[in-house]
Ligand binder design. Structure first.
Ligand SMILES: Cc1ncc(COP(=O)(O)O)c(C=O)c1O
Length: 386
């Protein structure tokens, strides 16, 4: 299906709501039936009938259809956060005694789920450097039920060869799941490469306006039904109809936003790479990136996120740079309209906490929708302070 059809029309039965161009927010917790027979029929499948909004809601359902089509998946569930979608994807595919192979540096709370939380229920894990396929295969045990990937990750951008990982997993009868938040479905479709499950922090590009926290899980119809009947309905981390309507609005411009952030981030990364106060830039689509060839082969673009190392001999000199910036907001997250800076130095000198193991001169930038030349001017002026 054409991308324009997905973003503008798919799932929108306008004839059912006065031909309104924007879908209504069906702000109802439950749905009534004309007859006992219809009521009974609805209980046969709460994923497709409208019974109760913890299961299925018409506004949320429009969003689900669009996201499934964007990821070229048979079906999709949306959650109240990215970590809720990730937890559902992982928990649905493990049981007491299972083992998970996971990339070394996934999103921090994904790591905590595997490292600190799931061992309480007898689920083991091995973290491996996913750049090396042989390490992934060597980590597989008879009890391995899931390979969890994140390509690229959102700080230092290590990639995995997704088609090759899927092939290894298939040979061993193991489910694969990838966090595709960095690329969004505009620049990478892991299901086409043989991956079973795709998860997103929909908080990032998919909603795209920094006003909704949301998670997405895409996969085959049987897998989505299984997750619906277990983790989704029992843990209840659902998206509200109002947030779903905001996300549908956000999706209208997904393609435009991705391309804008992508071209601006490459321009700004190139500017920084040539700057005497910058040591090294980490951007998957710069030729200097160690996995540049794989990135070119596997991804259609990179979006707005990249990192660099400041050339500074003391943290205070780096701090002067962060404070001189006028147009980059000091903040976590990414994927919205606004450009952001997240310095590793923010995880230093926190009262009562040990300093981060990350080097203090590592800086992550997210490039939003502003004029890249305007942002370059801001960076240039602030770098003079280092
Ligand atoms: C790569 C990645 N995955 C998952 C998440 C978690 O998503 P959420 O914050 O929507 O729960 C984040 C959040 O920053 C992320 O950056």
């Amino acid at each position: 299906m054409h991308l324009s059809e997905i973003l503008n029309h798919l799932g929108e039965s306008r004839e059912h709501y006065f031909n309104a161009v924007s879908p209504p927010v069906i702000q109802s917790s439950n749905f009534a039936f004309q007859s006992l027979a219809e009521f009974r029929q609805a209980f046969t499948d709460e994923l497709t009938h409208h019974v109760y909004s913890r299961g299925n809601n018409p506004t949320v359902n429009i969003l689900r259809q669009k996201l499934a089509a964007l990821e070229k998946a048979e079906d999709c569930l949306v959650f109240s956060s990215g970590v809720s979608a990730i937890a559902a994807a992982v928990m649905a595919n493990v049981r007491n005694g299972s083992h998970v192979v996971c990339v070394q540096s996934p999103y921090s709370w994904t790591k905590i789920l595997l490292q600190d939380y799931l061992p309480r229920f007898g689920v083991e894990h091995t973290f491996v450097d996913g750049r090396d396929l042989s390490l992934i295969e060597q980590a597989i045990r008879p009890q391995t039920s899931l390979i969890y990937l994140e390509s690229p990750n959102s700080l230092t951008f290590e990639l995995q060869n997704l088609a090759a990982c899927a092939e290894i997993a298939r040979r061993h009868g193991i489910i694969t799941c990838v966090d595709n938040s960095y690329c969004s479905p505009i620049f990478q479709n892991p299901i086409e490469l043989g991956i079973d499950l795709v998860v997103h922090s929909g908080t990032k590009y998919l909603n795209g306006h920094s006003d909704v926290v949301m998670g997405v899980l895409c996969g085959s119809k049987p897998m989505v039904k299984k997750i619906f009947e277990t983790e989704y309905m029992t843990l209840g981390g659902i998206l509200s109809p109002h947030d779903a309507a905001l996300a549908i609005r956000g999706l209208r411009t997904l393609e435009l936003r991705m391309h804008r952030s992508d071209s601006s981030s490459l321009k700004i990364a190139q500017f920084l790479e040539g700057h005497p106060k910058v040591d090294k830039v980490l951007h998957p689509l710069l030729p200097s990136f160690p996995q540049y060839e794989l990135a070119q082969q596997q991804m259609r673009g990179a979006g707005g996120l990249f990192s660099f190392y400041l050339k500074a001999d003391a943290i205070e000199k780096a701090e002067a740079f962060f404070e001189r910036l006028q147009y980059f907001l000091l903040a976590v997250s990414w994927g919205g309209h606004e450009s952001l800076i997240l310095p590793a130095a923010a995880f230093y000198k926190i009262p009562g906490r040990k300093n981060s193991p990350l080097p203090w001169n590592l800086v992550r930038l997210y490039i939003g929708l502003e004029d890249p030349e305007w942002l370059i001017e801001d960076l240039g002026k602030a770098l003079e302070a280092v």
